[in-house]
Write a protein that binds this ligand. Sequence first.
Ligand SMILES: [Zn+2]
Ligand SMILES: [Zn+2]
Length: 399
Amino acid sequence: MEEILEQANKLQNELTEIRHHIHRHPELGLETVKTADFVIEKLKDMGYEPKRIGGNGVIATVGKQTGKCFLIRGDMDALPIEEQADVDYKSEVPGRMHACGHDMHTTMLLGAAKLLKENEEQINGIVKLLFQPGEEIMNGAKSMIEAGVLENPKVDGAFMFHVVSGFPVPTGNIICPEPGNRASSNDAFEIHIQGKGGHGAMPEKSVDPINVAVKVYEAIQAMQCRELPSSQDVTISLCQIEAGSAFNIIPDTAIMRGTLRTFDESTRNYVLKRMAELADGIATLYHASATANSTEGSPTFHVDGSVVIPVRKALEKVFGDTVVDFEQAIGVKSMPGSEDFAYIAQKVPGAFFFISSGNSEDGYKYSMHHPKVRCSDEILYRGAAAYAIAAMAWLDHNN
Ligand SMILES: [Zn+2]
Ligand SMILES: [Zn+2]
């Protein structure tokens, strides 16, 4: 496996060029049309037979015809942000930027594709490469599953990298989480309260939806601290309340919107069910009516020991003490935010690792989603090698 890192090192200039090209041409959501075309062209040059999946996703396989199959993913989509980073390969598309480093992931996975092809004889099974759109809108992985990414050949395990800048972690360090639920679920919810509008001077002739909204707000907070065990990490934030148009008109409706994050699927389901019950019950009590809806975001991300342990061991052999603990490096046990690869990790054992793309103590002070965030090109060959090693090591361990 050590030779793979040496081979990767020789690809560094090529990977830097690829990354700058992708960075200059960011695309959003599921519409990664040109990025997918670019990836397909590169894969064909390497001798692959890539296929489009679910619109603008790309898959390709390498290795043997039989045995277990391990999926490695790089996401390709950018964000609707105007780039302010001080780099000479700035986004050429106004209002769009690769501010989450998915240009890095796509490049590293292309690097891994080349390394795996060069070492195809030594692959103990099948590696499936997935270049995925739509991560930022939290439905890319889901649409890939619906399009059959986990079948033909059937996938037995899965892995992804995410770059991270702006933390005091040496650039290039590989950051491994402990097994467990390591990224929260992410649901948006909306409660619609229907009252009866009227004159502010005659409340007795109206049903005030603001009155109901206030009580629903309190009941949700009380539910969180009275009905859930203290061991549950749950965040419920009601971030928007819309009601009323003037100081003397009782409005007809009130709309409340918020976000729910949990680390446990049963807690997630319980909270969504209880929010609807509380809203309905309280509204009825005050002669109003209420409906609650949630837009499903990604589920909790379960990092599986059967992936994380053999992959970490193999990476430590090659990368030594630059492989570090997630909690020590990032300061928390779990990923801040959510990750749509969780959909795949719900279906097959999966894991994510981070790789530091810029130490905050070396001038990389902005983190992901910031208009000035930068990612160091230096780490591209390491990420490419690590992706390839992760896949080969998991297959060696399981075939
Ligand atoms: Zn992001
Ligand atoms: Zn991201």
